[in-house]
Structure formats: C-alpha cells, structure tokens
Design a protein around this ligand. Structure first.
Ligand code: FHN
Length: 467
C-alpha cells in the first residue's frame, strides 16, 4: 500500500472517530466503534432509574392515580404548583451504595439514571440551574454519591438526560394546556446552550460516564442538525462515551430503531418491546419497566414475574441486544419491595448462568420451540448456551439444522455431569435428566467444533424469526 493511500487511510480513521459516525444505528465494522462499544456489548444488562420530584405524588393527583414521571403534564399541574414539590423532596433513606449493590447483585453491569427528566429537575448540584436537588431540604448531590458508589463497585454510571424540558423558560413549545405561560422572550437556542452547560457539568464532575441516554427528542423544535452537533459536542467532552439514538431524529416510534439515513447515535432503543428477530450488525438496547410505569406509582401492582424478566433478558441476549431494566424508587429513597425481590431473583439466576449472557453473541438458530440460544467463541470452536424454557417431556433436546460435530455438553448448573449427545440426521440430540433443575430457564452448554455451520430451513413466512 503506497505511502499516500496509507496516510489517506489514517486520515479517514481520524475523521470517523472525531466526527462520530453517521447514518442509522452503528454498523459493527467501524474500527473505533469496536473498542468503544466493547464493554457495553459484553455487559448486556443494566439498571434504568427514573427518580425525581414526581416520585413524591407517587402517581396520584386529586384522586387520579395513573400518573408517574409525566404527572406535571398528565395532571396539568402548573409550573408554580409543581415547583412546590421542591420543599418536599427529602429522601433520607437514600443509600447510593445499597442501590449499586442491588444492581450488581442482580448481575447488572451499568446504571442509567435520570440526571434530568422532562420536568426539568436536576438530580445533582448544578451551577447553571436552581431547579435541582440543592434547592430541596435534601441538599445532597445524588449523582455524586452514586458516581462514588459505582466507582467503588466497578459498575459503569450512565446518565439519562431529557432534551424536552417543561421547566426552562426558553424551552419551546409550551404544553398545549399551559395557556398562562407566555412564550414572550423565549429563545430555544438559549435553551440549547443551557442544556449543553448542564451536560458539561455532568461530563466533567462525575468521572467517566459510560452512556449518555438522551430522550424527549420528538418535538419539532429539536432538529437533526442539533442532534449531530450535540453528538459531536458530547464526544468532544468524553470521547469514549456511548450515545443513544435519541440524540437525533432517526428513531422510528417505540420500536426504537433508527431509520436509514444520515442519523447519529450508537445504538437503537426499543422501548417496552423486544424485536422479533436478531438484528445482525446493529447495536440495540431494549428498555423496560417492571410494572406499567417508569416513575414510582404506588397504585401500580401490575408487576411482571421474575420468570418473565429473566426470560426477557435471555430472549434479548439471544437476539444480540442489551436489556435495560427499570426501577422507579420511592420518594424516601428506597426501592419498591417488589423491585427488590425481582432483582434478587434475577441475581440468583445470574449467579449460576451469567456466563450464558455476558460477552455472548446472538443465536445462529432461526427458531427453537423449547427456548433460546446464545453463543460464545471458545478455543477452536463455539460454546452454545441452550436456554431451555420448556423441558422436553421425552428428555431429549433436539437441536435441528446444524452440521457441526459436537464435543461435549453439560448443565451449566452442574458442569461436572457430561450429557450424552447423538446425531440424528440434521440434528444434534442431547439426553437430559427427566426433570428440569430450573423451570424458568435451565441452561445447557454444548461445545461444537468450529463456527456454527447451519442448515438454513427453506425460507417461509413464519421461519423469519430468530430464536
Ligand atoms: O417520555 C419518556 C418516558 O417518561 C420514559 O422516560 C421513557 C423511557 O424510555 N422514554 C420516554 C417515552 O418514550
């Protein structure tokens, strides 16, 4: 390769890393992308935290009970009235180390907390705003305490930050029902400067931040150009940071992936849903509530079971995605008991089966009716983690459509017991104990020679799903 082409090649690399990568969700073949995203891809599982002034009314307002982090708008509470919550925000039970420990014990590798949600309230000591935790009786920098606890526990701290702001006078538009809040003198560009100053504080005073998780980008005042500019600004403050696709305007509704086009953002953000199939080459993270609300709602007892949450984590990993599972803490600073119990149950499963989630890739199989598969390269071959949700009555686990030679198989929960494997035409069949040791998901690992060599079933409508 001539000296000239070599220098052009390095110039291109430099440009790509400096200006961030453009166009849809990131393609994995971006060299810079590789290294920067590695920890996040290996982590697979994080905690989302929605906490703020809205946790005080706990979803209730004048007899209506279906509110949460949107209560300022859904209950049409005036700015003045909502600001009174400042005087009531005093979460004396808040213990950053206890929160981080619950996340870590559940097997989560990162925490993404609302530094500022749509209501505009800052959960940290901001020098550019007086609508923050220092204006409350609590007067402790919550994000600072969390940053220290995360650092100590080896957990990555990440910040959610809302572009939409129902408090700042320069943010436009006003809420439709806010008839008495004039827009006279409001200048949206001044709001963008304010937001950047806050982001500079967040990316300067709290150590290395793993992910900037933007949200509230859907109003017309926020543009693609501003999204690109903000992406570059954030990367200039912390070059290794990962930024979700909601910094820009490419997100297609709740399925959360980025439309084709010149959009920035490092990963797609499906919300409350899991893609039907894997998305080869696309980084994505599915965020989900444990019940029906992100913020704490004391009347919401529609909790998902631990079984459903564990199987969602496995389903998402088997499709090559990350799972960001939400907690809505109470105003006193504690987690709802139901959340604590589910975190513990997930942690018990991850203590035994974490290897089948962390640092794995998506399943090579199109569809399996008994469960899901994740895979990991091991020396000279591949380890397939067979996640059995439905234990075969005949005690035989059939893995159809694979040519590879099997090396060995065992229960991940009892690795000393070798399981018998035999080939039956295009399938490997593993003889299992009669009863499943774990009805939620018992994991068998099967080592095969080489990379998966699949016999793809002839394409027809319902086979286009990747399980
Ligand atoms: O409006 C927000 C909502 O309050 C919550 O933060 C979710 C979490 O992903 N995002 C928005 C709705 O898409």
């Amino acid at each position: 390769m001539s000296k000239k082409t070599l220098s052009c090649f390095f110039l291109a690399l430099l440009m790509a890393s400096f200006f961030g990568c453009q166009g849809g969700d990131q393609k994995i073949d971006e060299p810079n992308e590789e290294t920067r995203m590695d920890w996040w891809r290996d982590a697979r599982f994080g905690m989302f935290i929605h906490w703020g002034l809205y946790s005080i009314p706990a979803g209730e307002w004048k007899g209506t009970t279906n509110h949460a982090e949107w209560i300022r708008t859904t209950a049409e509470i005036s700015l003045e009235e909502y600001d009174q919550f400042l005087d009531d925000f005093n979460p004396v039970e808040f213990d950053a180390e206890a929160w981080v420990k619950m996340a870590k014990d559940a097997g989560m590798k990162y925490i993404t907390i609302t530094s500022k949600h749509h209501d505009g309230f800052g959960l940290y000591d901001s020098k550019t705003s007086d609508f923050d935790v220092m204006a409350t009786p609590f007067k402790r920098d919550i994000l600072k305490e969390l940053a220290d606890a995360c650092e100590k526990a080896g957990i990555k701290l990440c910040f959610y930050h809302s572009i939409m702001d129902w408090h700042h006078p320069d943010y436009l538009p006003r809420r439709g029902w806010e008839k008495n809040r004039s827009t006279e003198g409001a200048e949206f560009p001044r709001y963008v400067d304010y937001m950047k100053n806050q982001l500079k504080e967040l990316l300067t005073n709290y150590g290395e931040i793993g992910v900037l998780w933007f949200d509230g980008e859907w109003e017309d005042t926020w543009t693609h150009e501003e999204g690109v500019e903000l992406y570059d600004y954030i990367r200039s403050l912390q070059p290794n940071i990962i930024i979700n696709n909601r910094v820009d305007k490419g997100r297609q509704g709740m399925q959360g992936l980025t439309a084709e086009g010149n959009f920035v953002g490092d990963f797609g953000t499906p919300e409350q849903e899991i893609p039907d199939t894997g998305l080869p080459g696309i980084d994505w993270e599915s965020c989900m509530t444990m019940n029906d609300h992100w913020g704490y709602n004391k009347n919401d007892d529609n909790w998902k079971s631990s079984e459903e949450l564990i199987q969602n984590l496995v389903d998402i990993a088997s499709k090559g995605g990350n799972f960001l599972l939400n907690i809505g803490p109470k105003a006193d600073g504690t987690f709802p008991q139901e959340s604590i119990e589910r975190l513990a149950a997930i942690g018990n499963w991850m203590n035994v089966n974490g290897a089948s989630i962390y640092e794995t890739q998506a399943s090579p199989f199109e569809h399996l009716d008994w469960g899901r598969v994740t895979q990991k390269q091991i020396n000279g071959g591949t380890r397939l983690y067979l996640h059995v949700f439905d234990w075969p009555e005949n005690g035989e686990l059939r893995l159809g459509g694979i040519r590879n030679e099997a090396i060995q198989a065992s229960l991940l929960s009892a690795a000393s017991t070798q399981l018998t494997i035999r080939r039956d035409e295009d399938a490997l069949v593993i003889e299992l104990p009669k009863i499943s040791p774990n009805e939620i998901d018992e994991v068998i690992y099967l080592d095969i020679k080489g990379e998966p060599d699949m016999i793809l079933a002839p394409m027809n409508a319902d086979s286009i799903s990747n399980h």
